[in-house]
Unconditional design. Structure first.
Ligand SMILES: Cc1ncc(COP(=O)(O)O)c(C=O)c1O
Lengths: 402, 142
């Protein structure tokens, strides 16, 4: 088992903290915080434009992060790694650029388990352009997303499949690898929402011979700072699409009449980016790799399995997870207690979970639920956290006299 | 260790949660309220006669705090006239938000019991939802 709380100052500063909400955003290790803090004390300047040493050194770190991300994803073209504000903005970037090239009658497939970030932009686009939005359903019993539920929706009109690699509510891993292969043969573009996948799993797209058209994720869920999202895209698409935001840093030349745009990645990174957050990602990936993505996956899966086993032993508790889990996501309900009341009682015990719809209302509705309590385990959690969760869940039933 | 006293989920709150009062079918002005962050839903129906809340129905679907708050509200405002109700709602809102001292509702122990939410800012919205929904109805009525 990993023993990493010592690497994360938040635990030292909050004795007894049982943090089970990393699925929303992860805590930051000293390795990341200290480096960025030192960077601001010694090196900070704006990137790109400066001729002087500080700017130049900042630019080097900024570009090194882009290369690190490309290496992390197993792709060979760092200039196709675009920094955005978050996953949500990355999806919107594609919806408002590539999406606008689609035509009335075209079809987009999404799954029912999408986070609103990978659902609403496509729904809006569909309404704007008269596009048909088709939904691939999960199996209500197994909570898995069978490949055929996606492929059976494909027609000649299908232009895009926007698919979560991992559900933020169920932990269900989608058959994205198979989808990529099938879509490629048919000339359909695929956008993968990796917000819940990248922090927990190793994926080397290049080595596996996979070429997703777009991959988006949120570094704040993988120990980097907040304020940053990543979009990776195939060069030919990114080169073809118009810019999303326009203004500074993304131009080649501007006259009173006209503007020409800078090459990738700058064309898609208008304005001053969140420099500190970008650099924090360099250190966060370094940190995660030093622990080992495989070890992280195994560790959190072990904790989640233990939690699921123990939760199921409690009367009236229902866990919503597929049989085969490979991450730390555990959603549950307790008969007779609303998830918000569960989260409130847990909060009294310093156990931090999330309750509600988890920005996945279509999924919650499909499962005929009102809301879920969700605990998410990450690399710094341990068996003691499982114990605290279970004790506190039992206390919920006592408080409610069930 | 058995904890039978919780600062928020006290006996009276649980009672109103498990047996909400006054969720019934009546004729009147209907107003729906929704808390997007947690999915709490409430429907308040008021029957106004001669400027008075002659009868009301409060049906909630949500957490214990919202449900209990709605149930307690239904018992407290029945029979009040509109102006009086508006003033009362205003006071309750201030109370939940912590703008009035905790002793303010010493005489209305159900509302005092709800004061535990003052420590959980996110949950204040749950307690407020029925009251705000009622307020919206009355504004229309006025
Ligand atoms: C699967 C999934 N997609 C997208 C997002 C949105 O990420 P962000 O809030 O960083 O834009 C989240 C975050 O909760 C998520 O879990």
């Amino acid at each position: 088992m990993l023993d990493l709380k010592k690497d994360f100052p938040v635990f030292k500063n909050n004795p007894g903290l049982c943090f089970l909400d990393s699925g929303a955003s992860a805590q930051k290790p000293s390795h990341v915080i200290d480096f960025v803090s030192n960077f601001y004390k010694t090196t900070y300047a704006n990137i790109h434009r400066g001729i002087y040493n500080l700017s130049w050194r900042t630019t080097e770190l900024y570009d090194a992060t882009r290369e690190k991300v490309a290496q992390f994803l197993g792709v060979s073209n760092p200039e196709c790694v675009i920094f955005t504000k978050n996953t949500t903005e990355a999806v919107n970037l594609i919806a408002y650029t590539y999406g606008e090239t689609l035509n009335e009658g075209d079809e987009i497939i999404v799954s029912i388990m999408e986070h609103h970030a990978n659902f609403v932009p496509w729904q809006m686009l569909s309404k704007r352009k008269g596009i048909n939005l088709k939904i691939a359903y999960i199996d209500r019993e197994t909570l898995e997303l069978p490949l055929k539920n996606i492929t059976s929706l494909i027609t000649e009109k299908t232009k895009l499949i926007a698919l979560s690699m991992c559900s933020n509510v169920l932990g269900t891993i989608s058959p994205f690898k198979e989808v990529l292969k099938i879509a490629r043969d048919k000339g359909i573009k695929v956008l993968l929402d990796g917000a819940q996948y990248m922090p927990h799993h190793k994926i080397n797209f290049g080595k596996e011979g996979l070429e997703p058209d777009f991959v988006v994720f949120s570094p704040h869920k993988m120990c980097a700072f907040d304020g940053l999202g990543v979009l990776y895209g195939q060069r030919e698409v990114l080169e073809k699409i118009p810019p999303f935001l326009t203004g500074g840093d993304m131009i080649e030349s501007v006259s009173i009449e006209n503007t020409t745009f800078a090459p990738l990645p700058n064309k898609l990174e208008a304005g001053t980016p969140p420099i500190g957050a970008v650099i924090s990602l360099l250190k966060a990936i370094e940190y995660l790799e030093s622990i080992g993505m495989k070890n992280i996956e195994e560790h959190e899966t072990k904790l989640a399995k233990e939690a699921i086993k123990r939760l199921k032993e409690i009367d009236g508790v229902h866990v919503f997870a597929p049989e085969k889990i490979s991450n730390g996501i555990v959603s549950f309900t307790i008969d007779g207690i609303h998830p918000h009341d569960i989260a409130t009682i847990l909060a009294e015990d310093n156990v931090c979970i999330r309750a509600g719809m988890h920005c996945a209302e279509p999924l919650i509705t499909f499962l005929e639920q009102d809301s879920f309590a969700r605990a998410t385990f990450y690399l710094y959690n341990d068996l003691e956290d499982v114990e605290k969760l279970i004790t506190s869940v039992k206390r919920c039933r006592e408080v409610f006299k069930l | 260790m058995s904890m039978n006293f919780d600062p928020i989920y006290q006996e009276v709150i649980l009672d109103h949660y498990k047996n909400p009062r006054n969720c019934k079918e009546i004729e009147g002005l209907s107003e729906k309220g929704h808390n997007a962050s947690c999915g709490d839903k409430v429907e308040v129906i008021t029957k106004i006669e001669d400027g008075k809340i002659e009868d009301l129905s409060v049906c909630t679907k949500g957490c214990a705090i919202c449900t209990a708050s709605g149930s307690i509200m239904s018992e407290k405002v029945k029979g009040m006239d509109i102006e009086e109700t508006m003033k009362f709602v205003e006071k309750v809102k201030k109370y939940f938000k912590g703008e009035l001292p905790e002793e303010e509702f010493d005489s209305i122990f159900e509302l005092k019991a709800l004061s535990g939410v003052r420590k959980f800012p996110v949950r204040i919205k749950c307690a407020l939802l029925p009251w705000i929904t009622l307020e919206n109805t009355l504004k229309k009525e006025e």
